[in-house]
Design a protein around this ligand. Structure first.
Ligand SMILES: *Cc1c(COP(=O)(O)O)cnc(C)c1O
Length: 458
């Protein structure tokens, strides 16, 4: 038989209780947190979809690796294990461990960035943009047109706009573009995948102008599985083979192991260029640690190595992609507007269509996020004008391109009944949408304001 039900491809050995609260309690918690879910105590959250980063459940084998970690300061055997696994997937020569993805970004852009420089990307993730801009360089998103329309269904909405990329290189000058980046999958644009053809074509343009291509590889395995499902010629390839081909077009990669390496902390910078690798290792020693541990414990390196093997298991990837799709399709069936089709690691509610009466300057996404918490103890995150909104020179508000609410699904953590409960909560909030109010910001930090901002309902 060919089963229709896709089951969790694991059984549960160790459990962690979740805490139920009353609506009255949640009203107080939310107010105390300045209406910013980042500031709510995790213990007061029932279903936590704030992020899929560092929230994975590790396997028994990963925990065994934790015990087996070699904590030698230099030359730890855990480093060589980690290095060989990362190398077998990426094919890169120099593998530099970092404590998480942004540490790799910080090192890379400190070296290649700086004033007058431009970094093109399909869509920069917030920390990537922050690290590019912190160096003085400009981060430019060149997403394919179809990726900007939440309601359009297409297979590869994370694709780079190749024509725009070439025009951009000609306009800004090759000497001002130290590298080009592709984010797989496109986290900020709905977890949408990038096709192999698009990676190949981006590489061709980069090669023509002698610009190195880097992958922001946080969700490389989910991207590989979408290629297998949707791109002709890849049906019979394994996720590993597809990932290897993706990396074969890149000259380097940054990775947050907190995503597709199924660990709670870790990351790496992978490079082919020897000089860049030497400069990066020198920076690493100043900011992270010695090159064979780079801000991690030996045990963390073991857990990453094992996680990278597990993530490419086809049963895991099928369950992963299908369970996110299950959530998305159920919401669509209830009329809730989301980015279509469902992405790899998350469902993105389109708050512009959910709350058409709340303008961007009153943060409709934040309003949905607050109501999901009040209604059902669900924690989600706004990815819209709170995260990406700006002010021009005269202090005029410039909204984000999209107003989204991200429901990121931690890996191997929640079961289908958790997801069914979540659907109930979201549909209930959708029914009450005409009663929802906008928000105003009462405090904001100069960079990455969404983490610490405080709000008040209007
Ligand atoms: C999470 C993430 C990062 C940053 O990684 P951290 O481990 O959180 O520092 C960079 N890019 C993308 C696409 C991400 O999803």
């Amino acid at each position: 038989m060919k089963p229709k039900t896709i089951i969790e491809p694991f059984k549960i050995k160790s459990v962690e209780p979740i805490r139920f609260t009353t609506r009255e309690e949640r009203e107080k918690f939310l107010k105390d947190a300045g209406y910013n879910p980042f500031l709510i105590h995790a213990d007061d959250v029932l279903i936590d979809l704030l992020t899929d980063s560092g929230t994975s459940a590790m396997s028994a084998k990963q925990w065994a690796g934790i015990m087996d970690g070699d904590e030698s300061y230099a030359g730890s055997k855990s480093f060589y294990h980690f290095e060989s696994v990362v190398r077998s997937i990426t094919g890169m020569k120099y593998i530099i461990p970092t404590h998480q993805g942004r540490a790799a970004e910080k090192i890379l852009f400190t070296i290649v960035g700086g004033p007058g420089k431009y970094i093109p990307n399909n869509t920069h993730f917030d920390t990537t943009r922050a690290n590019v801009e912190f160096s003085g360089a400009e981060a430019v998103d060149l997403l394919n047109e179809v990726g900007k329309h939440p309601e359009i269904r297409a297979d590869f909405k994370g694709n780079m706009d190749i024509e725009k990329l070439e025009a951009f290189i000609k306009e800004k000058g090759v000497e001002n573009i130290p590298l080009c980046m592709i984010t797989v999958t496109n986290n900020s644009g709905g977890g949408q995948p990038v096709s192999m053809q698009n990676i190949r074509e981006t590489k061709e343009v980069c090669k023509k102008y002698n610009i190195p291509l880097f992958l922001d590889a946080c969700r490389f395995a989910e991207n590989a599985y979408f290629i297998k499902l949707r791109e002709k010629g890849y049906e019979d390839k394994t996720p590993l083979e597809i990932a290897q081909e993706m990396f074969s077009y890149a000259d380097g990669a940054t990775m947050s192991a907190k995503k597709d390496a199924l660990v709670n902390i870790g990351g790496f910078l992978a490079l082919n260029d020897e000089q860049l690798a030497m400069n990066s290792r020198n920076m690493l020693i100043v900011t992270e640690g010695f090159p064979t541990y780079g801000g991690l414990a030996g045990r963390d390196l073991e857990a990453v190595a094992q996680g990278l093997l597990e993530i490419m298991d086809e049963h895991y990837l099928q369950y992963r992609i299908k369970s996110v799709e299950y959530l998305g399709e159920k919401l669509l069936a209830a009329g809730v507007p989301i980015i279509e089709p469902p992405g790899g690691h998350a469902i993105y509610i389109d708050a512009k269509r959910f709350l058409p009466n709340i303008p961007p300057e009153q943060y409709p996404g934040q309003s949905v996020v607050c109501e999901l918490y009040l209604e059902g103890g669900v924690r989600a995150v706004e990815i819209g004008s709170v995260m990406f909104g700006k002010y021009d020179k005269n202090g005029k508000f410039i909204p984000s391109m999209m107003e989204l609410v991200r429901l990121a699904i931690p890996r191997r953590v929640y079961t289908q009944s958790h997801i069914d409960y979540l659907i109930e909560v979201i549909v209930e909030v959708y029914k009450k949408r005409n009663n929802l109010k906008g928000y105003k910001i009462t405090y904001e930090a100069p960079m990455l304001r969404h983490f610490t901002a405080r709000f008040e309902p209007i």
